[in-house]
Design a protein around this ligand. Structure first.
Ligand SMILES: Cc1cc2nc3c(=O)[nH]c(=O)nc-3n(C[C@H](O)[C@H](O)[C@H](O)COP(=O)(O)OP(=O)(O)OC[C@H]3O[C@@H](n4cnc5c(N)ncnc54)[C@H](O)[C@@H]3O)c2cc1C
Length: 390
């Protein structure tokens, strides 16, 4: 059983058909083997780019597809259902392009976006550091302006946990240009291959092993003045605006992973017999599947609702935090229950549900842990109460 999707236009139907076809042929069949071997499928991103899928929510002028966020997120969901490393990879890439697309000058957009959106380049987003994760504004990587009397910046520091670290073609970097807390952070575009840029060994992760995660080290990296995106001191605001959209990408990934686990569990429960009956006919199992279907549908409705606010140009950050929180907690529960439905067969690699359960965990951590999402939502409620004079 699949949970029905509500799509806005016929074009979106066609787009999703194309995406499902591509996933069925080029993404899903290799997911298990590549995950097991920890192989990064770089060429899959080139294929996605050539199919016009790396720049979906960005303007057509520079190679984007000008799709509503609502449609872009459904593509992410489909990809994540096929292979999380690819769905999340596309979400991180889209996040990495955001500062150029939204805050770049006309020259920067013309110079950078065609290759970012066309599949030639893959991006990474460098915010977290070994000592600053949830408290991102405490980051210590420095970009010293005019160092040595030259124009531009010299960057020193270490970024941690960077998705596509060592595999990306460009790094969107948040670094400190002054000591003034969040107001002292600026955003930069750093091409791979820049002198002084190096990478740690890939982290050995619980799941999503095909997606490289590594430290990115900046050792006297010289950047031209044109590497600055937005104004000096605007970087934290840019980083948070990017994350609002990124969190919706993570919510869509969570719905995709949960949907894949649910479909495996339902098919298995309809086949497997114990005590002379299909296990799906035992109420204990049927209720678990009913809860899964309901929770998945609710999470999908929540991320689509947040996306529609964004598409309408309305504030959507709090709703995005709700969608990320709800969808990723839901995904953890649904994938854990899917393992339960398969019994012993759920715990071995012959079926995908053990992998999906390991993948689900990371979604509760990245782009703001779920405790941080609650902080964001709670602060918005407190602000609203203050504005209402309560
Ligand atoms: C696979 C993977 C990929 C990642 N990719 C990227 C990437 O591409 N770019 C990037 O910049 N970062 C990336 N990250 C980093 C990720 O965003 C951070 O791990 C996350 O923000 C949490 O930071 P931390 O690990 O330092 O945990 P900490 O901030 O040290 O948190 C530890 C625990 O304390 C809790 N906590 C912290 N503060 C509070 C509070 N105020 N109230 C309540 N609880 C709190 C947290 O919720 C968590 O449970 C990635 C991480 C992983 C695991």
């Amino acid at each position: 059983m699949t949970v029905e999707r509500v799509l806005p236009t016929g074009d979106a139907h066609d787009l999703l058909d194309l995406v499902r076809d591509l996933i069925g042929k080029e993404v899903a069949p290799r997911a298990a083997a590549d995950e097991s071997a920890g192989r990064f499928p770089r060429e899959v991103f080139t294929t996605l780019g050539r199919a016009g899928l790396l720049g979906l929510p960005y303007p057509e002028e520079h190679g984007g597809a000008a799709q509503p966020y609502e449609v872009y997120l459904q593509v992410i969901e489909e990809l994540a259902a096929g292979w999380l490393a690819v769905g999340l990879g596309l979400s991180v890439h889209t996040l990495s392009c955001f500062p150029v697309a939204a805050y770049g000058t006309a020259e920067q957009r013309a110079a950078l976006l065609p290759e970012m959106l066309g599949g030639e380049w893959l991006g990474a987003y460098c915010l977290s550091e070994p000592q600053s994760g949830s408290d991102a504004a405490a980051l210590a990587t420095r970009a010293v302006p005019g160092d040595g009397g030259s124009a531009g910046y010299t960057v020193d520091g270490v970024k941690a946990w960077i998705t596509h670290g060592g595999a990306a073609d460009f790094y969107t970097l948040m670094a400190r240009t002054s000591a003034d807390g969040a107001r002292g952070i600026s955003c930069f575009h750093v091409p791979a291959g820049t002198e002084g840029l190096s990478f740690g060994a890939p982290e050995r992760k619980m799941g999503m092993r095909s997606s490289p995660t590594a430290q990115v080290r900046f050792d006297g990296v010289r950047l031209a003045p044109e590497a600055l995106l937005g104004s000096e001191g605007e970087g934290f605001r840019i980083a948070m605006a990017a994350l609002d959209g990124g969190r919706l990408g993570i919510a869509a990934c969570a719905v995709g992973v949960a949907q894949a686990a649910f479909e495996t569990a339902t098919a298995y429960a309809a086949e497997r017999r114990q005590f002379g009956s299909r296990i799906i006919d035992f109420q204990g199992v049927g209720f678990m599947l009913a809860d899964m279907a309901t929770q998945i549908a609710a999470a999908r409705a929540l991320y689509l609702d947040a996306a529609r606010l964004r598409d309408a140009g309305r504030p959507y950050g709090t709703r995005a935090a709700m969608a990320k929180l709800f969808a990723t907690d839901m995904c953890m529960k649904v994938t854990t229950d899917a393992v339960q439905v398969l019994g012993g067969y759920g715990y071995v690699e012959d079926f995908p549900v053990e992998r999906l359960m390991r993948e689900a965990k990371v979604l509760q951590i990245v782009e703001g842990t779920n405790q941080v999402q609650r902080l964001v939502i709670g602060r918005a409620l407190a602000r609203d109460a203050e504005n209402a004079g309560r």
